[in-house]
Design a protein around this ligand. Structure first.
Ligand SMILES: Cc1cc2nc3c(=O)[nH]c(=O)nc-3n(C[C@H](O)[C@H](O)[C@H](O)COP(=O)(O)O)c2cc1C
Length: 147
């Protein structure tokens, strides 16, 4: 398998249920991510909303596992469900310490969300959510790129 980086890359996708969701909590989470993730070369995207966190973490294997272990013991969420855990040869959010995405953009029905829509995603369905978001951004970026 081709390795564009010198260390083996891993990605993890998990979902969880916010406990005591507020803007302030979201800000604290992204503030920790901006502080810690660059030091360990972790990138990714966190979809956040009152009913759901859905996060993709990508980077060197040990760094991703250690970051996820910290996140797992965080009391600001519970019901953590691993949706995908695999080695990969490319990052999809390489230029982000942790991209933020409001859950509202996903147009998922609130009733379906409460009833486990995301928790029941297959690994490839979960990955497609992030892959599609990364493509949408790329197109947006491209349109605004000066020729
Ligand atoms: C849904 C969720 C996502 C998180 N994502 C990250 C992350 O990507 N990176 C990170 O360092 N901390 C993340 N955190 C926060 C960690 O659980 C933990 O509070 C933080 O890493 C502690 O950082 P500190 O030791 O620098 O205070 C997340 C927490 C939650 C609830």
């Amino acid at each position: 398998m081709p390795k564009p980086e010198t260390t083996q890359l891993k990605h993890i996708i998990y979902s969880s249920r916010p406990v005591g969701f507020t803007n302030n909590i979201v800000e604290q989470i992204f503030s920790s991510s901006r502080k810690n993730n660059p030091n360990v070369k972790v990138t990714g995207l966190l979809i956040y909303g009152a009913d759901l966190y859905l996060q993709l973490l990508e980077g060197p294997t040990t760094a991703v596992e250690q970051t996820f272990n910290k996140i797992k013991s965080d009391t600001r969420h519970d019901n953590i469900q691993m949706l995908k855990e695999s080695f990969t040869n490319r990052r999809i959010f390489a230029s982000w310490t942790m991209r933020q995405q409001d859950l509202g953009i996903m147009m998922w029905d609130e009733y379906d969300l409460k009833n486990g829509l995301v928790e029941n995603f297959s690994p490839s369905q979960a990955f497609n959510v992030f892959n599609n978001l990364s493509r949408e951004f790329d197109q947006f970026d491209y349109v605004h790129e000066p020729k």
